[in-house]
Design a protein around this ligand. Sequence first.
Ligand SMILES: [Fe+2]
Length: 227
Amino acid sequence: MYVLPELPYAHDALAPFVSADTLQTHHGKHHKTYVDKTNDLAAKAGLAGRPLEDVVREARRRGDAGLFNNAAQAWNHAFFWESMRPPGGPAPAGDLARRIEQGFGGQDGLKEAFVKEGVGHFASGWVWIVTGPEGLQVISTHDADDTLVREGVFPLLVCDLWEHAYYLDYKNDRKGFLERWFDNVANWDFAAAQLAAADGRGEGFRYPHPTGDASAASPSEAPRPTA
Ligand SMILES: [Fe+2]
């Protein structure tokens, strides 16, 4: 069974930038529903017990949209919780700060690209900071789509663009949400750890392994940039 990962902070830890009300609904209702449906659909597809990363890729390969959408959303949300930390944490440093400088001319340039991509993204999806052969990039994906099924892209950070992520706190002001999110709760330590993993130092984020499945199968290979 795939578990709903615990939030790595208290429900009120991100306020006022993300309220406790939003986190409770987003984690306890939206994310939980994706996990519950994944458990049901993965079992029906004969994939129960496999790492969630494998399930996402296999569902895409088979064209199983129902399983893909729920499994990818389960994964994306788990990655999203790690992409945030309470306000007041450290700014990008070291390698990450250097790559941001190279790719965007600094933190202000990255913020501008990130907010522009998120605001310009039509309807639901995700805005990502990724690394790959071209260096750091900002990209967005639609609906449940994620970086697990993109070649040569390794995610550092993600923000949820679905209205359920911000509507209670910001109404329809997605730009205000993204600006405050980037400045106050983006988890640059997590991004730095992901960047190190992309460079072969340490293991990148993995969804918690399913519980209670003795048949749990082969470990999946995390995608790495080719350069
Ligand atoms: Fe969401």
